[in-house]
Write a protein that binds this ligand. Structure first.
Ligand SMILES: [Zn+2]
Length: 1034
């Protein structure tokens, strides 16, 4: 460039340098280094900022449902934690002071089993071999388990933080922390005081594989479990005189027929149950054998094993008549228990078996209930590994002893019955059966002495409390209610080492248990001093653990500490106690939201509800209504692969969240140099968009259902994230010289500008409503659609000309910037909960002029729309205008297909309406009102309006023309014609609106001539150096 330029020559050679083309430092991708800085700013820094800046009296609490501290992170964790974070970040935009303290569930069997495996791998440890502490094994297991849990917590925490989840990570709680355990024991103590904890010898779900009792929440039901079912006959030893006197009835040949799917429970049989209101019959088989069965079951029995036509001896015997009058002999315990009774039970039905039900109160919950009322004792000759004890068959103890009831034991029982003539028929039977959710092996029901929580007593209050809870989705309510209704007690003791001890003491000689509010308080005080491990490490006879009143005069004690630990659901269920002071008597919901997977209805949601209700009821004998710990309860589905299958290691379809962030699940891209992209060993480069990609996938999913993840959805996520980045870059470029002083009042904006604000205000409200109702995918879809359609394909296309070619300080250009500024701040505000890194990064590249004037988009309230933006007149006109726009675009596409048209500006548009000059339709008048802006709206060089009939001359004479029909909102037909422009092209702005007939090589339109005049004036006013810089910069 010349030192002292002749302005006309400079401009002549470089028109584009006189345009204000958008410029921004915002990169297409973020470098790893930048990402780390941004991540800290939009998580840790933001979280602590709001703790200091937001008012204490406007809190929002999201209580973290603790993940289990075992195993590595999977995509389900990402769904859960990112949803929580979106909720918290939205609340931040609502002016709340957010509290999210992450937690971990650390105790329990899976970690204990891992610890046991480790312990077995190094049995030769001499230091451990000499260990003479009372529970050396338990101590060792606890140490290893604690170490394992500790390590996992740290690994998981690192992963969670990489997802952009903000919270009090340094203040995170773990169920194995001292403070947590003390709070939990305090809750337990109150429940003991209220009489809600008791010990009983009764059947519980028992896992032979884990060697412990299980709660219902720890069961999984499999519907393909196969058992051997049997019809068995037991000799009847006594019947009513009336029946005995019936002709043909022979007591010596009379048998009661029962049907069981668990023949291994027959040695524990204590009664036969019938239904009072059913009728029974005595029938005779060929050979003289007489059977007592329900009349309604005879057709079924005939099919299964009777085969011959039935000979009735007695019919219409009422169930009532059998109760109290009839006795029978068990095939196993006849010598021990003698004759056993017939009893009534409601659960006997006419739908299965023989209508007589074998009762083993030691191995069935219903059996237990029916027998307990009658004082029939529990008998359970099965040990903790699920094998028969000697008591199962006293006349031949070795036959059953040590045999597993679920395999060999069942076979031996059946063989024994067969050999003694008790079997009528056996068959395979496939049915629903409970399995241990951890070991995936079948459980049994077995009577043991366990600690229970009395749920029956707090159930009604719990159900009442749920009435005030908001459920998302609604179906969660009935699901949680049904789990609560279906439970009357909660077995809370586990025979494991890795957990919080049940603080019970036992009398050494009698085995009698001591568990009172006072004894628990005493034990808590010792744990506070000595730590919880000393429960296992202290000498068995250490009197410090025993309340003073249970010590004898010499200070010795006859009591020792129990060995059971608490159900881990009790641990995590009391985590609400972390939300308040340890001694606090707060009531009311402690957390605004609980959100977890649907499996937690029977797990954490339920245990949290029950423990909180129990706790409150311990304080408030009467008084205010008890509440759930949560105000809103949200459940999310599971994550499935792209084919809708569960993810599992064996299927090889497990997706690691980091793969979503590094983009390695998508095909590699091959473009030149960018540091942010992940390079793997093959040298392939992947489109890694970081945590925002993971978060956008979560936010865009309808999480109340099970959601899928795979290449197709991740491709779409990356594409929309790129689109957002491009849009942010465009907006930043357009606002490069934005100055708040140049802001244009709404009234002075063009109609097109007002349309953009109208669309923005609609989007803003829709997105806000979606966030409020936790429908994040609706928010994301609305933002994406708006960015793609209303912004990129519409408004930004429209205002490019003004932004680039108008005089920089002109009203029209400042108007466009005014609108784009609102759009930019709104876009960042709406994206803040979902893609905080993108927002943080955009802000980093935002001009100081904007930053000085506006609050950080992650810190400011959700963007407000101004009432005037919602212009109703415009809103009713807009659909017609957009229809015409679509028609124009379509006609242009036709022209492009024929290679007639390049830029949209290369068209002149003629809209032809069906009304007449003398009587213009409403639609015609509408378009007339907007006529001056239609060029700009359609991004074409000229627009004219016509009535029918038209003189087609100008159309037919045009070099080419294309047209499409469209229907106006009023229902009129209209047609849009696209023709080549009649005017010449302006060399600066490329619009075809130069009407000059001069054959000069380069012509300028009027607007550009004026702009150039301004630039020329400026050039004269400055020295050559300054001018050169001014021009070059743009
Ligand atoms: Zn021009």
């Amino acid at each position: 460039m010349e030192r002292m330029p002749n302005p006309s020559r400079v401009l002549y050679t470089s028109w584009s340098s006189t345009l204000r083309l958008p410029k921004s430092t915002f990169p297409p991708r973020t470098s790893a280094l930048d990402r780390a800085v941004l991540l800290k700013k939009c998580t840790d820094d933001l979280y602590s900022w709001q703790l200091h800046e937001r008012p204490l009296n406007n809190p929002f609490v999201l209580h973290d449902g603790p993940p289990y501290a075992n195993g590595s992170l999977h995509i389900g964790h990402a769904l859960n934690k990112v949803l929580k974070d979106i909720i918290c970040r939205f609340q931040l935009t609502q002016g709340k002071r957010v509290s999210f303290v992450p937690g971990w569930d650390c105790h329990g069997l899976p970690i204990e089993l891992k610890a046991l495996q480790q312990q077995q791998r190094k049995p030769e440890n001499p230091a451990l071999a000499d260990d003479t502490r009372p529970d050396a094994d338990a101590v060792m297991v606890r140490n290893i388990a604690r170490e394992l849990a500790n390590r996992t917590v740290e690994e998981q925490k690192k992963g969670f933080r990489e997802w952009g989840v903000m919270g009090d990570w340094d203040g995170a709680w773990r169920t194995m922390d001292r403070d947590f355990e003390i709070r939990q024991l305090e809750v337990f103590r109150r429940m003991v005081g209220k009489g809600l904890i008791y010990r009983r010898y009764k059947p519980v779900y028992w896992s032979p594989s884990s060697g412990t009792a299980l709660a219902e929440a720890e069961l999984e039901y499999r519907s393909d479990h196969e058992s051997i079912a049997a019809f068995v006959k037991f000799p009847i030893t006594k019947i009513s005189d009336d029946l005995a006197s019936k002709p043909g009835v022979d007591l010596a040949n009379l048998y009661a027929v029962i049907w069981t799917t668990t023949p291994w429970t027959l040695p524990a049989n204590k009664a036969i149950a019938v239904q009072e209101n059913m009728t029974y019959a005595i029938i005779e088989l060929p050979g003289g054998c007489q059977l007592l069965v329900a009349e309604s079951r005879i057709p079924h029995l005939s099919k299964v094993f009777l085969r011959e036509p039935v000979k009735f001896l007695v019919q219409h015997i009422s169930g009532k008549e059998l109760i109290g009058t009839t006795n029978y002999m068990s095939a196993f315990q006849d010598q021990i228990f003698g004759p056993q009774p017939f009893i009534h039970a409601d659960f006997v039905s006419a739908d299965s078996g023989s209508g007589l039900v074998h009762c083993a109160p030691g191995h069935g919950m219903e059996d237990y209930e029916a027998c307990a009322k009658l004082g029939i004792e529990v008998f359970a000759p099965v040990d903790e590994s699920g094998c028969f004890t000697r008591a199962a068959l006293t006349r031949d103890p070795e036959l059953l002893e040590g045999k597993s009831v679920l395999s060999e034991g069942t076979e031996t029982v059946l063989d024994y019955l067969e050999a003694n003539g008790h079997i009528l028929h056996t068959h395979k039977y496939v049915h629903k059966y409970p399995y241990d959710w951890r070991s995936k092996l079948p459980v049994i029901i077995r009577a043991t002495e366990q600690w229970f929580t009395d749920v029956g007593c707090i159930k009604d209050a719990a159900l009442k409390a749920l009435e005030d809870v908001r459920f998302i989705p609604d179906s969660g309510r009935s699901r949680l209610e049904s789990f609560v209704k279906g439970r009357s007690e909660w077995c809370i003791s586990r025979q494991r080492a890795w957990g919080v001890p049940i603080p019970a003491l036992f009398h050494k000689a009698s085995g009698a248990a001591v568990l009172t509010e006072g004894s628990v308080a005493h034990i808590i005080s010792v744990i506070e001093k000595r730590g919880i491990d000393s429960w296992w490490t202290d000498a068995r006879e250490d009197p410090a653990w025993v309340p003073p009143h249970l010590l004898d005069q010499s200070g010795e004690t006859a009591y020792e500490r129990g060995k059971d630990t608490m159900d881990v659901w009790f641990d995590s269920g009391t985590s609400w106690a972390m939300l308040r002071g340890p001694q606090s008597q707060d009531t009311g919901p402690l957390s605004d939201v609980y959100i977890e997977g649907t499996d937690q209805h029977r797990g954490w949601f339920q245990s949290s509800l029950l423990t909180y209700i129990a706790h409150q009821s311990a304080f408030k004998m009467s008084g205010p209504v008890l509440t759930a710990p949560f105000k809103t309860l949200i459940t999310h589905g599971f994550t499935l692969d792209k084919d809708g299958r569960k993810m599992s290691k064996s299927l090889g379809n497990v997706i690691n969240p980091s793969e979503v962030m590094t983009g390695t699940l998508l095909p590699p891209i091959q473009r030149k140099g960018n540091r942010a992209r992940t390079t793997n060993n093959n040298g392939s480069v992947y489109d890694g968009l970081g945590p925002d990609a993971l978060r956008l996938w979560v936010a865009g999913s309808d999480y109340v259902r099970d959601i899928t993840i795979g290449t197709p959805v991740l491709k779409a996520v990356n594409a929309s994230l790129h689109k957002l980045r491009v849009t942010v870059k465009l907006l930043l470029g357009a606002l490069q010289d934005w100055d708040a002083k140049g802001i244009v009042d709404y009234e002075k904006l063009s109609q097109v500008d007002k349309m953009a604000l109208l669309q923005l205000s609609t989007v803003n409200r829709t997105v806000l409503e979606a966030y409020r109702s936790y429908d994040f995918y609706k928010a994301v879809n609305t933002i994406n659609r708006w960015v793609n359609m209303s912004l990129s394909a519409f408004y930004i296309e429209i205002v490019k000309d003004r932004l680039y070619a108008d005089e920089p300080q002109s009203l029209s250009r400042r108007a466009a910037q005014t609108v784009l500024f609102q759009i930019y701040m709104n876009l960042l505000g709406m994206l803040a909960p979902v893609t905080p890194l993108l927002v943080e990064e955009a802000w980093h590249h935002t001009s100081a002029a904007i930053k000085n004037d506006t609050q950080h988009p992650l810190k400011r309230p959700y963007p407000l729309v101004q009432g005037e933006w919602n212009d109703q007149a415009l809103a009713s006109d807009l659909p017609s205008l957009l229809k015409a726009n679509d028609a124009v675009k379509l006609a242009q596409e036709l022209a492009r297909n024929e290679k007639k048209l390049g830029s949209s500006l290369q068209s002149s548009v003629h809209l032809v309406f069906s009304s007449s000059d003398s009587d213009p339709s409403a639609t015609y008048r509408l378009f007339q009102r907007y006529l001056v802006e239609l060029e700009s709206l359609f991004v074409v060089s000229s627009v004219s309006l016509h009535h029918l009939p038209i003189d087609r001359g100008f159309i037919d004479q045009a070099e080419w023309h294309f047209s499409t029909e469209f229907e106006t909102v009023e229902g009129d037909k209209a047609r849009a014609y696209v023709l080549p422009p009649a005017a010449a092209k302006c060399v600066r702005c490329w619009r075809y609106n130069v009407l000059t007939t001069s054959d000069a090589e380069e012509t300028l339109c009027d607007r550009c001539t004026n702009v150039m005049a301004g630039i020329n004036e400026m050039a004269h006013a400055f020295s050559g150096d300054c001018y050169e810089q001014t021009v070059a910069r743009h």
